[in-house]
Design a protein around this ligand. Sequence first.
Ligand SMILES: Cc1cc2nc3c(=O)[nH]c(=O)nc-3n(C[C@H](O)[C@H](O)[C@H](O)COP(=O)(O)O)c2cc1C
Ligand code: SF4
Length: 519
Amino acid sequence: MPSADLPDIPTPPPPRPPPSGAARNRHPIPDESWPTANEAEGSLLFSPLRLASGLELQTRSWVPAMVPWRATNEGFVTPQVIDWYRRFAVGRPGVIVVEATGIRDVPSGPLLRIGNDRFVPGLRDLARAVADASDRQTRLLIQCIDFMGIRRRPEPRRFFERYLALRDAHREAVAAHDARVDVADDDAVRAALLAGGDALWTSALDARELESLRRGHRERVTDVHLPHVAELPEVLPTLFGDAARRARDAGFDGVELHYAHAYTMASFLSRTNARDDGYGTTLEGRVRLPLEVYRAVRDEVGADFTVATRFLGDEVIEGGSRLADAVWFAERFAEAGFDALSISRGGKFEDAAEPKIGAAVYPYTGPSGHACMPTVFGDRAPFGVNLELAAAIRRAVRDAGHTTPIVGAGGINGFAVAEGALQRGDIDLVGSARQTLADPDWFAKTRAGRGAEVVRCIYTNYCEALDQRHEAVTCQLWDRWAPHEGDAKPLAEGPVDRSSDGRRRLIAPPEGWRPTRSR
Ligand SMILES: Cc1cc2nc3c(=O)[nH]c(=O)nc-3n(C[C@H](O)[C@H](O)[C@H](O)COP(=O)(O)O)c2cc1C
Ligand code: SF4
């Protein structure tokens, strides 16, 4: 298949994590000059936007997906899931995107799921709670995800005894290492490999085997020798289409197809996708399945249901897709009819840190992970740091004649950075994840001219560390609230749900709180 030429667009440098071992520089949270209520009313941020699906967004504020780890082990909505989203809805953002939700009917631990009709009643309760709490001002999307198999990092003994498929190259390396080993005897070869340690492992194992030993085995979309991987293009359109239909049945306003970060669809889009079955290698091949999934979803839900996607403006890994690829994909997505394109950055397995034995690799621990959720410890301050990518994508989409709204995220933590990005035309919708986690009322306070009361996120990623351990995600600032300290009027609050160890609040304190310390 001939490949289209990539546009000649340089990729802006991503924010980089602090060098390990070096003293950490901490970028301060800048002071904001907040708008008056009148100024806020005249702003773009608090102006409405109508999507091509006909969905009316009351404002241009958008809460991107954040997994809070509150579903049951079977993937059902719990009262805690509902409390989590209800608390965001009280702040009345224009859009909330519900966390990455699995589209398959397979065990996935406490990940929310939408892979069977039995999940619909719980999701319906969730949609109703958000509509009620926001007085029907907040629109609700759900992020639909598929992911590949991944194992925890094994004990070396287990790896050599159980997982490694012996090859001649292993026998030859063992023979070269220790001529006394009987290399015709599998058990002896396995024992010799185990005993050989790092020096032997690096010479005997290929790159993929070494990765499985040091990080745990991880399937790739290029593993087409595995039937379930080869058939992804056959099964995924239906799985995504069915999930979107269930979202519609449950009362959601739309879906966001997760084509970003470390997951299946992002891997199809990646420059590293060397599948030679028409679903990889060239730009057209890489975008083929994402477009087929889109069409299956659209056929299922119709033109008046919102279908957005989140994908990467830059993978931030060696050999990965860069901004030019993203621009090319964005034009295809806009042409196909997506209602919104949400731009993220990085978040890949390829450069993630080695996990401890028994733990799974987490895609937000390497440089690409830092670019995805930048902290105040990086080489640059995180505030609006990923907007350049969204701006370049929006320009290209507009030049191609499409009006598809673009969502940008990454350190958007105040009115100036949000409104500035909208006024410059970098983005159409303001994605703010961690700032909204820290203070779910921040948009409402800003709109009311009470911006000085916004509790500012400190961008040190306590929440993300909890996500990494698959523990209930909370914000560290919520636990720094001493309700009576300095308050003219103590805030009323009923009993508070806490994490299983009793130490952390599970939702933000009621509107009007402030932390005792903000560092
Ligand atoms: C705890 C946590 C969970 C997240 N879960 C998801 C997710 O399910 N899907 C997704 O696309 N991004 C996820 N993200 C990334 C955010 O949506 C967002 O892109 C990122 O935090 C950068 O935006 P921010 O600087 O406004 O936080 C998560 C982020 C955090 C902190
Ligand atoms: S835990 Fe830290 S980084 Fe996360 S939302 Fe709270 S203040 Fe922000």
